[in-house]
Write a protein that binds this ligand. Structure first.
Ligand SMILES: *Cc1c(COP(=O)(O)O)cnc(C)c1O
Length: 379
């Protein structure tokens, strides 16, 4: 870091507490510097306890967790997987790792997540076309719970399992229950910018003991039970290190504080930006849900301003403040140019009008005011 950017405000930097070092120390003292050890077991226990999932398998990334999740669901060459278009590319890439193809579905306006009606249309048409839809991936973008009741009902009606990408959503709740335990398999990410971090890491959660065992097996090179190295199926090197799991344990002690602070930051942005008609902070929480507010997001209202999100982003940059456009929908990505899309205008509009604001849990109230001041200068 340069000395002249000491006051740079980042979008969502890591926020460590006091206990991570203790776990790291102990691991090094005891020589558990491996993808196995007490921190790994402890971190997995913490994740189960927090989410209510029966089993957690800590992995090297959320992307690896999605990959293994698709393998466990038997997704393979020739199959299709439904993926929301409005998400980070890591949700969709693993579909191709297993030789399948994604089918994209648009968002709905209340949560910006997978639209249950478009989902039904997609399932209906793929069935009529004779396609094998083997899984539905549901994402809780920016920590806002998707409309799970409707989505799970449609999925059940068509008999397609749901893989929950909760990478951005640890700490959020839906109808009183934590996200991360709603899918047949659920995925978390502990990447450096997520609500808690292990620098890099992820987890696969499930209530199915066979799947959990299988995930551990596949994540450690799929070694058969033999005294020598024998392999009958293709495996991966996807296990989280015991050192990083130690950071995860320290972070899990803080998760409730972190969610609380992110929600406060969101509320402050809402209040301070309320007088500006040109922006709309949101989406608002539907009844009986708790968003973790991983990132505070806003939409510009073209009726009230000609500014674009890029104008705002560049202006914030001159004030040494990082911001970022909303995820560019996957159906607009060159990588997925030929992929079928159900709907499309909603996510395209969000992308055209949206911006993510600095939201890290270490931000002070003064930092939030500084961002708001910079936004005011433009609007
Ligand atoms: C971060 C993220 C992932 C991938 O997680 P990694 O740990 O970075 O591999 C997947 N899906 C979404 C929605 C994410 O935000």
């Amino acid at each position: 870091m340069h000395s002249d950017d000491h006051d740079r405000l980042y979008l969502s930097p890591p926020h460590l507490g006091r206990h991570e070092l203790n776990y790291l120390h102990k691991a090094i003292e005891d020589n558990w510097v491996a993808p196995v050890g007490p921190n790994l077991d402890g971190f997995e226990r913490d994740l189960c306890q927090y989410t209510g999932a029966k089993y957690a398998v800590a992995l090297s990334s959320g992307t690896a967790a999605i990959h293994l999740g698709l393998l466990l669901l038997g997704v393979g060459p020739g199959d299709e997987v439904i993926v929301p278009s409005f998400t980070f590319v890591a949700t969709a890439n693993p579909v191709r790792y297993v030789g399948a193809e994604p089918v994209f579905v648009d968002s709905e306006a209340s949560t910006w997540n997978l639209c249950p009606e478009r989902l039904r249309e997609a399932l209906d048409e793929r069935r009529r076309l004779g396609k094998q839809v083997k899984a539905i991936i549901v994402v809780h973008l920016y920590g806002m719970p998707a409309r799970l009741t409707e989505i799970l009902a449609v999925a059940a009606e068509y008999g397609v399992p749901v893989l929950e990408d909760a990478a951005e959503a640890l700490g959020a709740r839906y109808h009183g229950r934590p996200l991360g335990a709603f899918g047949a398999l659920s995925v978390l990410s502990f990447n450096g910018n997520k609500i808690i971090t292990t620098s890099g890491g992820g987890a696969l959660l499930t209530d199915n003991g066979d799947w959990a065992r299988q995930a551990r097996f596949l994540a450690t090179q799929a070694r058969d039970a033999a005294p020598y190295y024998q392999h009958s199926v293709q495996g991966y090197n996807y296990r989280l290190s015991n050192l990083l799991a130690g950071i995860g344990r320290g972070q899990m002690e803080l998760i409730e504080d972190r969610v609380k602070r992110r929600r406060e930051i969101y509320a402050q942005y809402c209040e301070l930006l309320q007088p500006l008609e040109a922006v709309q902070v949101g989406p608002a929480e539907p009844a009986d849900t708790r968003a973790n507010r991983w990132l505070t997001t806003l939409l510009l209202r073209p009726t009230y301003t000609e500014r674009t999100p890029e104008d705002l982003r560049l202006h914030l940059e001159t004030r040494n403040i990082e911001s970022r456009p909303l995820w560019k929908p996957l159906h607009l990505q060159p990588l997925f140019a030929a992929v079928p899309m159900y709907g499309g205008p909603l996510s395209a509009d969000l992308f055209a009008r949206g911006l993510c604001l600095p939201s890290g849990s270490a931000m002070t109230d003064a930092d939030v005011r500084r961002v708001v001041q910079a936004l005011r200068e433009m609007l």
